[in-house]
Write a protein that binds this ligand. Structure first.
Ligand code: ADP
Ligand code: MG
Length: 831
């Protein structure tokens, strides 16, 4: 009753606002009430009340009331409905009171003799869960061909349809008289068809109709649609919604949405009309009609799994209502309430998932407690050619405190490119190794793994009293007093015999620190006593990888490093199983990279600028456009661009090409040549993300910059400015959209990665923000990651629920648990 009362109230308040002219709902208030009554009366258990209700509604005649009496009639209607609702609450309360024992006199008076059993009745009406799995082909008009198209949108069954939300709504809810129509905005009329006929304007077979109401006539034209002439007949009453344009001085509806007034409820016109994401061959009208049928038929039966106390505390709407209103909202406020509820659910389940995971690994096995050797730590810090920044020091302290605990560390170390994360990680690794444990350092690409190997060994070298180079790139350092400290690099293209030798050494404890790519988490990799693992560039590694690393050895401490600045709430939500350290301070003296966004016609001057830098013995990067399809396509496009640059633009210079299709050895040789100054320009696909340190490179040109996120552009840009020379970044965009324009304007002015990330979130959806690589996360349809209040709400509620009932075993959480397992099937294994 309360939902339907809300609906009634909304209609009445609109009616009042519109001056009691019976224009709030199409078809009039009486008709609305006739449709509304059965739904509203479903909640009335008391027979006397039910008949009073039916009588009242039956006698209510709004259209027939004189204008002066209408406001009072509306008030009476509300009053009546509220009264009924209050009575219904008492009835429900009495149902909850015990059958035997002390009679409750306060409710005995109004407690009905005849009791409907809403609970069991509702159960019987609820179709079995499998009805949500009903395939789309079960619906009339959905052929196998249509089903195949729906599948492209990820839709296979009823549940998928219910959760296929509109991209937006068009507001056709304002009805006008024909005489008051004006060209421009979306408008809706209710009109009679005077005449309808096929026509051929400009040779296109179309349909034309003359429509009229008591204030005038107007023409409607449906281009390229001759079939309509057979569906619409003279004398029909139609609701027409769409844009009106002026054509040869006459107003005309151009290809408007239409439907017949006798339809039970308007779907395409006269309301907030959903606009669905489509795919080729799916028609908006057909999909909308299917949606209406599915939403009406199945949304009411959705089981609302969210515990009542959460809904109450957060004032969240019910699930069936929210799903229905998300598609076919009565008005904007109810859409907003629906979106809020659905967004909450998405973020809430995300939180429950990460919390369940965190609990699972924290409790699975105790971790080794690692105590830092302060003397060695001081020696290490003092051996560095620079002073640690405050932020580096603080992050290191947080990590060392974690290592000491017997609950495995799971920490995200976040810091801009060049903020000095590697040093911090190396210090922690040194402490772990010194305490007798093995450590693993994992990078997303071989190039980066090698680079880490070089910088880590260089740091240890400074500390060591002696160094020795062994076979298979194993280095021995005399750092720890009674034994050598061994470091090895394991990458894919080393000889198989060498790799297996290294693996054997790792297995029997002969190597203290192993650096490599995801090869480190393969099955064949066994550790003797893995105590700590570092994962660089988090966004490349999903949840599963973290999981499989954890399973190596006895629950190692894990440090994840990322240069993607993620706003704090977001980081805590998406990586809720990780604690967070932020290096929010760059080492002193870092330069600002001058960034310019160039117009397409400035391409020539961009090339000229690069040549000027090259003449000064500097080097340049050119980043090729992002091509979506595949790495192979990407490689081909980059190769073409490279050839063109080499032959046409920079014939007198030495160019190198880097793309994902090269073998690791080929990549290495190109990278090596660029690093050694044997190449002037490195042309690269964006997939490579040119994760390298070449201080002599001072200029970068990024093609089709409008296709990248700000954070990504910022990452690219961080590859220059690594030396002492002033560095530059030029952005080219052929045909940027308005949003892209705004974005490029921001990156020109801002060097702060966090601000850029926030802008990214505002300007682009979360999907784009994280790219498609983010595996293991359910996709967010309703939630925007910029919805910070909902995010926080979901996090608080998930944490509270977890503290109260960690395994969701309480009966009131059973439905929630079921849904959680559906969304995160692994949760079952964790608990
Ligand atoms: P990140 O991995 O965060 O991008 P790195 O750890 O690779 O950054 O550090 C970038 C460069 O800055 C390295 O050459 C490193 O030696 C240097 N560096 C690190 N910390 C400092 C510091 N506190 N002061 C000066 N230079 C530093
Ligand atoms: Mg780094």
């Amino acid at each position: 009753m309360s939902q339907s009362l809300e609906k009634l109230k909304a209609v009445i308040s609109l009616e009042k606002k519109k001056g009691c002219l019976d224009t709030a709902v199409i078809g009039g208030l009486d008709k609305f009430l006739a449709n509304w009554a059965p739904e509203a009366s479903a909640g009335i258990a008391n027979r006397t009340q039910l008949s009073r209700f039916n009588q009242f509604i039956g006698a209510f005649n709004y259209a027939g009331s004189p204008a002066a009496a209408r406001p009072a009639a509306l008030d009476r209607l509300i009053e009546f409905a509220e009264e009924l609702e209050a009575a219904a609450k008492v009835t429900v309360a009495s149902k909850l009171s015990p059958e035997s024992g002390e009679p409750d006199f306060t409710v005995a008076e109004s407690a009905p003799k005849y009791r409907r059993k809403p609970v069991s009745a509702k159960k019987a009406a609820t179709p079995p869960v499998s009805s949500l799995e009903l395939p789309v082909t079960a619906f009339k008009g959905v052929s196998d061909a249509t089903a195949a198209k729906l599948k492209k949108l990820g839709i296979e069954n009823v549940r998928d349809l219910l959760y296929h939300f509109p991209a937006r709504h068009v507001d056709y809810s304002h009805t006008a008289r024909i005489s008051s129509l004006s060209p421009g905005p979306d408008q809706t009329i209710v009109a009679n068809v005077w005449e309808v006929r096929p026509t051929t304007p400009g040779g296109r077979r179309s349909t034309e109709a003359i429509l009229g109401d008591e204030t005038g006539n107007i023409r409607a034209l449906w281009f390229n649609n001759p079939y309509l002439a057979r569906q619409i007949k003279n004398g029909d009453r139609l609701v027409i919604s769409g844009r009106v344009s002026a054509w040869k001085g006459m107003l005309v509806f151009e290809s408007p949405e239409w439907e017949k007034l006798e339809e039970k409820e308007l779907v395409h016109t006269g309301r907030l009309v959903p606009v669905y994401p489509l795919t080729a061959g799916l028609y908006p009208r057909a999909l909308r009609k299917l949606m209406k049928e599915v939403v009406d038929g199945f949304a009411p039966a959705l089981e609302d799994y969210l515990p009542a106390d959460i809904k109450e505390r957060r004032r969240l709407a019910d699930l069936p209502q929210s799903v229905a209103q998300a598609h076919f909202p009565a008005h904007e406020p109810s859409y907003n309430a629906a979106r809020m509820r659905l967004a909450f659910d998405e973020l809430f389940f995300l939180q429950l998932g990460v919390l369940a995971r965190k609990r699972a690994w924290q409790h699975s096995q105790p971790a080794a407690s690692i105590t830092a050797d302060q003397a060695l730590l001081t020696r290490f810090v003092d051996s560095l050619p620079f002073k640690l920044t405050g932020a580096q020091r603080r992050s290191l302290d947080e990590i060392l405190a974690d290592l000491k605990r017997t609950e495995a560390m799971s920490r995200l170390l976040q810091g801009e490119v060049g903020s000095g994360k590697t040093v911090v990680a190396t210090a922690a690794i040194l402490m772990a190794v010194n305490a007798g444990f093995q450590a693993a350092f994992m990078a997303p690409t071989e190039i980066l793994a090698e680079q880490h190997f070089c910088s880590v060994t260089a740091m240890l070298d400074r500390l060591a009293v002696q160094k020795q180079q062994g076979e298979h790139s194993v280095s021995y350092f005399g750092i720890v007093s009674d034994r050598p400290l061994t470091v090895a690099l394991l990458i894919g293209d080393a000889k198989e015999s060498g790799k297996s030798a290294v693996r054997d050494l790792v297995r029997n404890g002969g190597i203290d620190l192993i650096i490599g790519t995801h090869a480190l988490i393969q099955k064949s990799m066994k550790f003797k006593r893995l105590g700590m693992a570092v994962i660089d560039e988090q966004h490349r590694f999903g949840v599963e990888q973290r999981q499989s690393l954890r399973q190596k050895g006895s629950n190692p401490h894990i440090l994840v490093m990322t240069a993607t600045p993620i706003p704090r709430t977001l980081a805590l939500t998406l990586y809720g199983d990780l604690d967070l350290s932020v290096i929010d301070e760059l080492p002193p003296g870092r330069q600002i990279i001058k960034t310019r966004w160039l117009k397409p016609e400035q391409r020539g001057s961009a090339y000229a600028f690069i040549k000027k830098q090259l003449a000064m013995k500097q080097q340049a990067f050119i980043v090729c456009p992002l091509v979506e399809e595949s790495e192979a396509v990407q490689a081909r496009a980059a190769t073409a661009q490279y050839e063109n640059l080499k032959m046409e633009v920079f014939p007198e210079y030495r160019l190198g090409l880097l793309h994902g299709r090269l073998t690791a050895a080929e990549k290495d040789s190109v990278m090596g040549a660029f690093k050694d100054g044997k190449l002037d320009i490195l042309v690269s696909t964006p997939v490579i993300e040119v994760g390298i340190d070449v201080p002599n490179a001072t200029v970068m040109l990024i093609e089709s910059a409008d296709r990248f996120g700000l954070s990504q552009l910022h990452q690219f840009r961080g590859r220059v400015g690594r030396g002492s020379e002033q560095s530059y970044c030029m952005l080219l965009a052929e045909n940027p959209s308005e949003i892209a324009n705004a974005r490029l304007g921001v990156i020109e002015k801002t060097q702060d990665g966090f601000i850029l990330a926030e802008e990214d979130l505002k300007l682009r959806g979360p999907g784009e923000f994280f790219g498609t690589r983010q595996s293991g996360l359910p996709d967010l349809k309703m939630a925007k990651l910029s919805d910070v209040p909902i995010l926080e709400m979901a996090r608080e509620e998930a944490t509270r629920l977890f503290a109260e009932d960690p395994k969701l075993q309480k009966p009131e959480h059973r439905a929630l648990y079921k849904e959680l397992i559906r969304i995160w099937p692994q949760t079952g294994e964790w608990s």
